[in-house]
Design a protein around this ligand. Structure first.
Ligand code: SAM
Length: 572
């Protein structure tokens, strides 16, 4: 849905130096091979040394808000001539008054230009339930509701600054996104935009989102990355640089880090999301770069920056760094000069991080029947008990049990998530997402034990073996619907094994700790010669090794051993 104006730029695949950026949301997606997504996106920023005015923008004017807000909706506290949210007073440091509402509307336009009139980079088909976290003026939510009549869109915010008249498929709630989420429905798309200054711990919000998506749903975070950067050294030593750095430091002193958006990918992965995709864009500080598209973005950004100077820094600097209101205004007056200075080649990195809800998690969260059957084991008296496995306690999928090793990061994420899901009250962090009614609550001991056993190779192997035995007993007891448990299988070449001359056998250590857990004799290879592969179980535990080998000669002699194994020939 790119507008005509946005389609005038050079081809995104062109190898010629580009005078402009790509022109639709799809072509804006960065990711040129060999360079990082962010580096690749930077190619749109080239200084226009001939720019002596705004003529290239073609008479564009900055729009202001046309939304009328019913003032009776306001609850606010006043400070230094600005108003701030009353609910959870003091938590968010930017104002919620008419000036800020106008700025947010302007910034909404900036986002639309950046994404070529798209609200989202997710291809949502027939969305049913959509959530906009920290919705602000609600413009994104309202427009989404208008564009997708099938969707019911909820916008949540600390401040009641949304318009009174909205589409019937859209509504707003005053809520703290860092609190426990109590939505009864799951969402197809959870969206959050420009939230970098909002949360004390964004991982809480990301974890809530993780638990609130339908199978195949998306989390999309569109954000600014602070502080400003420059393509050269022209930002260094400026009042602008000093002002922003001081403000960010003051916010940190008040307990809110404003640099998390640069870490979204990691935070999403730690929450358990996989295949996270990030796309980078830039908002030039003013019209310093070449190209019509960059100049439009720069014009909007300049206006945005001029309006944000006071609203961004007043509260942090007065509350956290001992500034008076007058000192803040003095500083921002200096910064204004820098904002319109085209010889400072600064830009604000912008990132859109998308995540498709991880499929393996769906298995554990949606298939409760399967989960239950996996947990059943036979007790010594022959009765069926319903003891959860360590995998289930950590919310790990059935399939991961076949992996020889589970990445530490995956385990840590699962452990943390299990703690947060099951014990929001015990966490040192603020409250976490609610459990669904069908969710079993596991004790902290159960979760800790599951983590410590699964993260240690030896104890995991031992545990897998016990689990397999229990599973076999259950199968022997004739339990219907029982899923056979498959232990970890690693595939290797025969070359990867050691050959012990004394015993005339190949061997390999197992992660259960047995140095010669896997043993293969000539006769084993002879028997499996036709298949070219041999499955060998560890003699100390339940793990398996699949060994590949090739036989190329009659009389079968391993090619690469050169040892006294004359009747085998192996060629891999
Ligand atoms: C910079 S504005 C962005 C608004 C909107 N997403 C947009 O892009 O126009 C951030 C918004 O998040 C809200 N906010 C801050 N902390 C929040 C929290 N903990 N829970 C919900 N909303 C929050 C603020 O009140 C503010 O309206």
């Amino acid at each position: 849905m790119a507008t005509e104006d946005h389609q005038k730029g050079g081809s995104p695949t062109s190898t010629e130096p580009r005078d402009d950026g790509p022109t639709n949301a799809a072509s804006l997606l960065s990711g040129t091979s060999g360079v990082s997504a962010e580096e690749s996106a930077l190619q749109h920023l080239n200084v226009d040394y001939n720019d002596d005015g705004d003529s290239a923008v073609g008479g564009m004017t900055v729009q202001t808000s046309t939304i009328s807000v019913n003032s009776s909706f306001y609850n606010y506290v006043e400070e230094n001539g600005r108003t701030y949210h009353k609910y959870k007073e003091g938590k968010y440091m930017m104002p919620n008054d008419a000036l800020e509402i106008d700025r947010l509307e302007l910034q909404h336009q900036l986002w639309l230009i950046t994404l070529c009139d798209e609200l989202s980079l997710v291809q949502v088909k027939n969305p049913q339930n959509v959530l906009d976290i920290g919705t602000g003026t609600g413009s994104w939510a309202i427009e989404f509701a208008n564009r997708y009549p099938s969707a019911h869109v909820i916008g949540c915010d600390l401040s009641p600054i949304q318009p009174e008249y909205v589409p019937s498929n859209c509504h707003f709630e005053i809520d703290d996104a860092e609190d426990e989420w109590t939505y009864s429905q799951k969402f197809d798309l959870i969206h959050g935009r420009a939230l970098v200054t909002c949360f004390k711990d964004p991982s809480i919000v990301i974890a809530s989102a993780f638990n609130s998506l339908v199978p195949g749903g998306y989390l999309e975070l569109q954000d600014l990355i602070l502080p400003l950067r420059a393509i050269d050294d022209t930002l260094q030593g400026t009042s602008l640089d000093h002002w922003l750095t001081t403000t960010i430091d003051a916010a940190a002193m008040l307990g809110t880090c404003w640099k998390h958006s640069g870490d979204y990918v990691r935070l999403l992965e730690e929450a358990g999301f996989v295949d996270v995709v990030e796309n980078h864009f830039q908002w030039p500080m003013n019209t310093w770069p070449k190209g019509e598209r960059m100049k439009v973005l720069g014009r909007y950004m300049q206006e945005n920056l001029l309006r944000i100077l006071e609203s961004l820094s007043m509260a942090p600097l007065t509350r956290g760094a001992g500034f008076t209101k007058e000192k803040v205004l003095e500083l921002t007056a200096e910064v204004r000069k820098d904002v319109v200075n085209k010889s400072i080649h600064a830009y604000l990195p912008v990132v859109v991080v998308l995540k498709l809800f991880a499929c393996w998690f769906l298995e554990s969260s949606t298939s409760s029947a399967i989960q239950k059957s996996r947990g059943n084991i036979t007790a010594s008296d022959g009765s069926m008990t319903n003891i959860p496995t360590h995998y289930e306690i950590l919310g790990l999928p059935e399939t991961i049990r076949n992996d020889f090793t589970i990445p530490v990061q995956t385990l840590r994420g699962a452990y943390r998530r299990a703690l947060l899901q099951n014990h929001p009250d015990k966490s040192q962090l603020p409250p976490k997402p609610t459990l669904t009614s069908q969710h079993t609550v596991y004790s902290i001991d159960q979760i800790s034990e599951a983590f410590s056993i699964l993260s240690d190779g030896k104890s995991r192997a031992k545990y897998d073996k016990e689990l397999k035995l229990q599973n076999n007993s259950a199968n022997a007891a004739g339990e219907k619907g029982k899923q056979a448990f498959r232990t970890g299988v690693e595939t290797v070449d025969l070359d990867d094994l050691e050959f012990g001359e004394a015993q005339e056998e190949w061997y390999r250590s197992c992660r259960c700790g047995d140095e010669r857990g896997f043993l293969i004799k000539e006769t084993d290879l002879e028997e499996a010669a036709e298949d070219g592969e041999l499955n060998v179980g560890c003699k100390g535990c339940s793990l398996w090794l699949k060994v590949l080998f090739g036989v190329i000669e009659e009389g079968i002699k391993p090619v690469d051993t050169g040892e006294d194994t004359d009747d085998l020939k192996e060629a891999l």
